[in-house]
Write a protein that binds this ligand. Structure first.
Ligand code: HEM
Length: 249
């Protein structure tokens, strides 16, 4: 159940945004995400509140912990970090101003880095489903009505699906798949099917932009004990994120 104060918080933000929409209008300016939702025909106030609460509960720790794990892996693998910086420098070439779709489309190594990070440190335990019909799996009958959980860390950390499973190898995700083809269900950090993560594209964009900007300006170092994954509601880094950000010349 959603705590009452969260609903009140979302509600007061919506009211403020409605007031600013009335006062400022939308001409000659980019509208915010909340404004866009409020202006969408067919979405009720309740729908907008639900969307905002979904974002707060499902969209903050997931994305930020994913970036924490990714920075940690890059700090521990300077050769991968240097390769990523080279890609970012080549794509941005001193570009000032917001990143565009054109930039993001060219950042293939960056996307591979994020996929590999989500394979090693998946943020969500797995994909849970209740069976709507009997299922035979490896000669076992699993009856209709039973709940099943596909565990991300079991498949993502299985050498049969990922050669050199313990290593951080972003290259495995590149189009030509240098380590062999990857089973489409072996790593499902965002789930699958009709109930897959609704925020996937938003999360990916946030992560692409964040990581590009960090790599553009800094080299990330981490000099402390290994960080592991701790399973909570969402998986979490086991230690504080004591990164050094060294400004690039
Ligand atoms: C790295 C970031 C994220 C990861 C790894 C992630 C992962 C997941 C996973 C595994 C599921 C379950 C999918 C399934 O059962 O098939 C899920 C569901 C969901 N996610 Fe995300 N998520 C992320 C970011 C976000 C963001 C940014 C939002 C919102 C803005 C969001 C909103 C949701 C919602 C509302 C659901 C439930 C969907 C449903 O039940 O139909 N997530 N997410």
């Amino acid at each position: 159940m959603v705590p009452h104060f969260c609903i009140r918080l979302a509600d007061s933000n919506i009211r403020d945004t409605e007031a600013s929409l009335l006062a400022l209008g939308t001409e000659d300016r980019e509208v915010t995400l909340l404004e866009k939702l409020l202006l969408t025909p067919g979405l009720s106030r309740k729908d907008v509140t639900t969307l905002i609460l979904d974002m707060l509960f499902a969209g903050i720790d997931t994305t930020s912990h994913s970036m924490a794990f990714t920075l940690y892996l890059l700090a521990r693998h300077p050769e991968a970090q240097a390769k990523l910086q080279e890609e970012v420098d080549g794509v941005l070439r001193g570009h000032e101003g917001p990143l565009t779709e054109r930039h993001l489309a060219q950042l293939t190594y960056l996307k591979a880095v994020i996929k590999e990070s989500l394979r090693i440190f998946p943020l969500v335990v797995g994909v849970a489903r209740t069976l709507d019909k009997d299922l035979i799996l490896d000669d076992y009958l699993i009856p209709k009505g039973w709940s099943m959980l596909g565990i991300n860390m079991l498949t993502g950390w299985d050498e049969r699906f990922f050669p050199r499973v313990k290593e951080f190898v972003p290259e495995r995700w590149l189009r030509h798949k240098p380590l062999g083809p990857i089973h489409p269900y072996a790593s499902l950090p965002f789930g699958a099917g009709t109930r897959m993560c609704i925020g996937r594209r938003l999360a990916e964009q946030e992560m692409y932009i964040f990581l590009t900007r960090v790599m553009e300006r800094f080299t990330v170092e981490y000099k402390y004990e290994d960080i592991e994954i701790v399973t909570k509601l969402v998986n979490t880094p086991s230690r504080p994120l004591r990164f050094n950000l060294i400004e690039r010349s």
